[in-house]
Design a protein around this ligand. Structure first.
Ligand code: NAD
Ligand code: 13P
Length: 347
């Protein structure tokens, strides 16, 4: 077949960890151009120079994936259009709040290569409140860029993946050909890739579990133990799968119950994720989520609080809040409109 050229849009902790996996595979497997590019938003690091120069010289992304040696064939590129030039496989991994300007730039004529394919590793959704509509990122990428788009999601805390601790991920692809290509891009002995033909289910579960993980963090903040957290996880999983069944009826219930993108991702995020961490501190400290994001995450970005607001707005617009009491309560607690202990009433 033809030689595939991979690029990764995003260089936060997960973007960098995925770019690292892709670069390892591009160097080892047949059918890939060895050079993998990733888009790094340019910054001047005081006294040290430009961030992309530093990454390309030290082969480390010190802020987002410290002490992790990146392969020499992974190249940081500050210009988005330069980064995607010639790419046939494009991985999207920016926090969802920053995607709109990226899409605008990439949808200019001549920027993307004809026949290119995309995959979204973004955990989030987009809601159109005026029309009471909800969209997954693969569907947005397909519509705005005209590329067939897959989804990647799983129990994948970035640092653990980068450290090569064994884990699984799920890719949801529109065709068997996409499944085979993306599996080759990411799969290693320690990063086990399972493919399903359910793009929406994989993408949606990554968004919804962040809302449930806030609930799990509230449990920690209140000082309760594993029983309570397990209850929130179980109830949350039911709301996640009910939501999918109601609003994305063509996606498979198996994605939630059997695959890493569903139940496994919910578990790891509820114990080791950033949403959990900030939600615990939100209860204990009385600070705002914006303050906690700055204080605790060192430049990383929270997804769950925005997603909770989006899901709440969508359900309200559809007049369906009564079907999703946990999602609704997490929203009100995030807004400090509800005593956190009320989380357990009526769910
Ligand atoms: P991150 O939170 O670690 O880092 C934030 C990133 O956003 C940085 O690359 C930063 O340069 C960039 N950024 C900050 N301000 C920006 C702006 N104004 N415009 C454009 N970019 C800006 O990022 P991440 O964890 O790689 O998140 C990407 C996606 O991956 C998210 O949807 C997240 O939910 C998902 N994800 C993350 C993990 C994880 O463990 N970190 C695991 C699985 C999925
Ligand atoms: P957090 O954003 O809560 O850290 O979750 C990371 C994740 O998605 C793990 O799969």
């Amino acid at each position: 077949g033809k030689t595939q050229k991979i690029c990764v849009i995003g260089s936060g902790s997960w973007g960098t960890a995925l770019a690292r996996l892709a670069a390892v595979n591009a160097a080892e497997k047949d059918g890939f151009d060895e050079e993998v590019r990733f888009w790094v938003r340019q910054r001047e690091i005081p006294g040290k120079g430009l961030l992309t120069d530093i990454i390309n010289e030290t082969h480390e992304n010190a802020r987002y994936l410290p002490e992790m040696k990146l392969p020499d064939n992974l190249v940081a590129v500050p210009s988005l259009t330069e980064c995607v030039k010639g790419a046939t496989l494009i991985v999207f991994c920016v926090p969802h709040q920053f995607l709109p300007p990226v899409l605008k730039e990439l949808s200019q004529p001549g920027v993307l290569t004809k026949g290119a394919r995309a995959i979204s590793a973004i955990k989030g959704i987009e809601v159109d409140l005026k029309n009471a509509e909800i969209y997954t990122y693969p569907s947005i990428l397909e519509r705005k860029l005209g590329l067939p788009c897959s989804a990647l999601g799983g129990a994948n805390i970035a640092l653990e993946v980068a450290n090569e601790e064994f884990c699984e991920t799920t890719i949801g692809c529109p065709s068997a050909e996409d499944c085979a290509l993306w599996e080759a891009v990411f799969s290693t002995t320690m990063f086990r890739v399972h493919a399903v033909q359910d793009v929406a289910g994989v993408s949606l579960s990554g968004a919804l579990k962040n809302v449930v993980a806030l609930g799990a963090g509230f449990v920690d903040g209140l000082g309760y133990g594993g029983n309570t957290k397990a209850a929130i996880i179980r109830i949350g999983l039911l709301e996640m799968s009910a939501f999918t069944k109601e609003f994305f009826p063509s996606s498979s219930p198996h994605t939630f119950s059997h695959h890493s993108a569903g139940v496994a991702d919910l578990i790891t995020t509820s114990f080791g994720g950033r949403n959990r961490k900030c939600a615990e501190a939100f209860i204990k400290s009385g600070k705002t989520f914006d303050e906690l994001e700055e204080e605790l995450l060192n430049g990383q970005r929270l997804q769950g609080v925005i997603t909770s607001e989006e899901i709440y707005g969508f359900l309200k617009a559809r007049n369906r809040l009564d079907g999703y009491p946990l999602f609704e309560k997490v929203y009100h607690i995030c807004k400090r409109e509800m005593d956190p202990k009320e989380l357990f009433e009526g769910i």
